[in-house]
Write a protein that binds this ligand. Structure first.
Ligand SMILES: Nc1ncnc2c1ncn2[C@@H]1O[C@H](COP(=O)(O)OP(=O)(O)O)[C@@H](O)[C@H]1O
Ligand SMILES: [Mg+2]
Length: 720
């Protein structure tokens, strides 16, 4: 894993390696120049200096990433680079550019039956354009995340209004596939290294047809571009805040999504990391992507880096337009921003009402199109709803317009007019056809499963709680138990003690399987939710991989533990009995683990840590060790059928004392339980059948796993 493919990167990448290509999204010559000249006569976009290579040029120095200039010779005039050395992102698959418009978007949540609904977004309208970095600003609680969630498609229920993508109504599935959402508190699996994570992402997010070498090139390039080379072998748990953020961005950049939503990408970062992060976003947007991020309290320098501002207050829009237009707009409304005052701070103050109740006035002004006058004139034509044709023409070059997104009759002509189109158009259509139709995910379920299995396995291997501690506890407790009950297995006078030993064996296996799962699964789940919603893989693959990856570990621990205890306590030395006890322990641990998954999926760690042991108490009570079945009042007897430990304990007892075992050795003058059969009878286990117990445990396993699967599905649905 630690190979450093960076060194072997071609200094001047081939134009279209293995069906990929650089990108349309980026400062590619014909596309961008067409895009700008054709439609976006916008000052910020004018910085997108066309260059003679089809490549994304990122001002390396400006990014502060210190990357050695590996760009093609003569490409120094990269976006914003101003003659500085630049690095290229030339291997990303090409994607169409995407504009997003939304009108009368409203969102409300129920606050309980009595209190009715709370409106979080009050009919907001606006547009985010490709090639621009847009900031959504507003006080805390203004509805920034809500707006972002709605646009990204993470919230769909109770959402009203129109969302247009390239002039067409948004197809949620398709849109989600071409957009990515980087949340504020991005959860990463802590035990993978940066490079491993990137490779997993590339394997999952890029189609199976793309070769490993091409994927490695993409990963190398992104690691270098995002300044993650020096920490590529660091585990994500040890990364700094800025590095984590950049990794989250890099992970999503792998398949070159044309739309990126970021929720407070700079929160918690120091000013230089903030600057690096925003510079990166700026460069990416200059490559043609639509980048929208919410931001809190940007400094004047950071504020300047944005192209567009969308200001929210109390769920309403109080300004939308260019960043430079906000001060004149506020001035026109009688709100003079003092000189030497950070405009961003001033906007926030106004939104918070520090300068008086101006929000309704501003909302009305925005609704009446007052800030549109200050808005870029080039955009105004596009802002008219139903102007899809011009939109699509604007983004159509070199096959940019995927047929499904193309809405204007002029589009095909403009495509064909580009000499280098034929090949790239095919590439694009191929890639989009593939990712937009069929099963939905970029890779097949089987390969998702394999990739996730490998990743989960690696994670478990490196997880101290899940492996080392578990192994050590199995060893030490096994030895302790062996020492306490040393050699009593065949002793008729100690059968009750031996039953205690067997019971404890089952109990221990149960707890060690359940508790770590309750502790670790909620975190894994938040990673899953993020990756699933960003269209990495399906729930099915995740869940199957999770189930299968832990099996070998569980088996190994059970074997270690049962071997020690079985041998030290001198249970009957027959292979069949040994394997039967082992099977019972394994089954109980699998059921307990499934219960842990169910609890972990359904609730938080805190509740789970309480509920796990608490629900185990009745399970143990009805296990048949503390109270015999016949002693339980009839109206409670059915509960013992729900106690999975009962089946495990019974199965293990039958394995040890059943199967016509010979009379036990008695070292005292009288032993009541010389006959194992009698002992089983007194334990109400005379009629017990090992295979029935095993089947019951297996049924428990299946039911709990399926239940967890459905809970996860419900949870996924309810997050929308
Ligand atoms: N499920 C919910 N129930 C009630 N209120 C909510 C819910 N989700 C969000 N809110 C409220 O909606 C407002 C906007 O939230 P949010 O979009 O997260 O704000 P921010 O602009 O800080 O990102 C906040 O006042 C928040 O308390
Ligand atoms: Mg928020």
């Amino acid at each position: 894993m630690a190979d450093n493919g960076v060194a072997s990167m071609p200094s001047s990448p081939p134009p279209c390696p293995e069906g990929l290509n650089n990108g349309l999204l980026v400062g590619g010559g014909p596309y961008v120049s067409y895009g700008i000249a054709g439609v976006h006569s916008h000052s910020a976009l004018a910085k997108k200096v066309p260059n003679d290579k089809n490549s994304l040029l990122v001002g390396a120095v400006e990014l502060g990433l210190g990357a050695a200039g590996s760009g093609p010779p003569g490409s120094g005039a990269g976006a914003g680079g101003g003659g500085k050395p630049a690095i290229t992102l030339s291997n990303l698959p090409r994607r169409p550019s995407v504009d997003i418009q939304f009108t009368n978007l409203a969102y409300s949540v129920s606050e309980g039956r009595k209190r009715g609904y709370k409106t979080l977004l009050k009919t907001v309208s606006g547009a985010f354009w490709s090639g621009e970095l847009t900031a959504i600003m507003g006080p805390s609680g203004a509805g920034k995340s809500t707006l972002m969630n709605s646009l990204a498609g993470y919230r769909t229920s109770a959402l009203s209004g129109n969302i247009l993508v390239n002039g067409r109504p948004r197809n949620l599935r398709r849109f989600r596939k071409m957009s990515c959402y980087i949340m504020q508190d991005d959860q990463l699996l802590p035990h993978l290294t940066v490079r491993e994570y990137m490779i997993v992402s590339a394997n999952l997010k890029l189609s199976d047809h793309i070769g490993a070498a091409a994927k490695r090139r993409i990963v190398d390039e992104l690691l270098e571009t995002l300044g993650l080379c020096e920490c590529q072998d660091t585990r994500t748990g040890s990364l700094s805040g800025g590095q984590r953020k950049r990794l989250s961005i890099a992970l999503e950049l792998v398949n070159n999504p044309p739309v990126m939503f970021l929720d407070e990408p700079t929160s918690g970062l120091d000013s230089s990391s903030c600057f690096q992060c925003l510079s990166l976003l700026k460069s990416l947007s200059q490559g043609g992507r639509t980048i929208v991020c919410t931001i809190h309290q940007p400094s004047a320098r950071l504020f300047e880096m944005f192209d567009q501002l969308y200001a929210l207050a109390e769920g309403q829009c109080i300004y939308q337009g260019s960043v430079h237009g906000v001060v004149p707009f506020l001035a026109s409304m009688g709100l003079e921003c003092p000189s030497y005052h950070n405009p961003a701070d001033y906007v926030m103050e106004v939104a918070c009402g520090e300068h008086g109740e101006h929000v309704p006035k501003l909302v009305t002004a925005v609704a009446n199109g007052k800030c549109n006058n200050l808005y870029q004139t080039g955009k105004s034509a596009l802002q008219q709803p139903g102007n899809g044709a011009s939109l699509s023409a604007s983004t159509c070059d070199c096959g940019l317009s995927v047929s499904s997104m193309r809405s204007g009759p002029g589009a095909p002509d403009s495509c064909q007019s580009c000499p280098s189109c034929a090949h790239s158009a095919t590439t694009l259509l191929d890639s989009s056809d593939e990712s937009l139709s069929g099963g939905g995910f970029p890779t097949s379920t089987a390969s998702q499963f394999c990739i996730l299995l490998k990743r989960t396995f690696l994670s478990i291997m490196r997880d101290q709680t899940l492996t080392q501690f578990r192994l050590i506890s199995h060893l030490t407790v096994g030895l302790l138990l062996g020492a306490i009950y040393y050699g009593i297995g065949n002793e008729a006078s100690k059968v009750m003690n031996n039953a205690g030993c067997i019971f404890f064996t089952v109990l221990f296996v149960m707890f060690t399987a359940m508790m770590p799962t309750i502790l670790t699964f909620p975190m894994e789940m938040s990673v899953f939710v993020r990756e699933h919603l960003n269209y990495w893989y399906s729930l099915k693959s995740f869940y199957l991989a999770k189930t299968v990856a832990d099996l070998p570990f569980q088996l190994a621990f059970s074997v270690v533990y049962v071997c020690i205890v079985y041998w030290m306590t001198a249970q009957p030395m027959e292979a069949s009995r040994f394997f039967m006890v082992l099977a019972m322990c394994l089954l109980v641990s699998l059921v307990a683990q499934s219960l842990g998954l169910l609890i972990g999926a359904g609730m938080s760690v805190e509740s789970g840590v309480f509920l796990g042991p608490v629900t185990s108490v009745p399970v143990l009570l009805f296990s048949g060790f503390f109270v015999n079945f016949n002693t339980i009042p009839p109206y409670l007897q059915w509960l013992s059928y729900l106690s999975y430990v009962r089946y495990g304990f019974e199965g293990a007892m039958v394995s040890v004392y059943g199967l016509d075992r010979q009379k036990l050795h008695c070292s005292e003058p009288y032993c009541h339980y010389k006959s194992p059969k009698k002992f089983l009878m007194d334990m109400d286990m005379a009629d017990a059948n090992f295979w029935l117990d095993a089947a019951a445990l297996f049924a428990f396993f299946l039911i709990l796993r399926s239940l967890t699967y459905f809970i996860l599905r419900l949870k996924l649905r309810s997050t929308r």
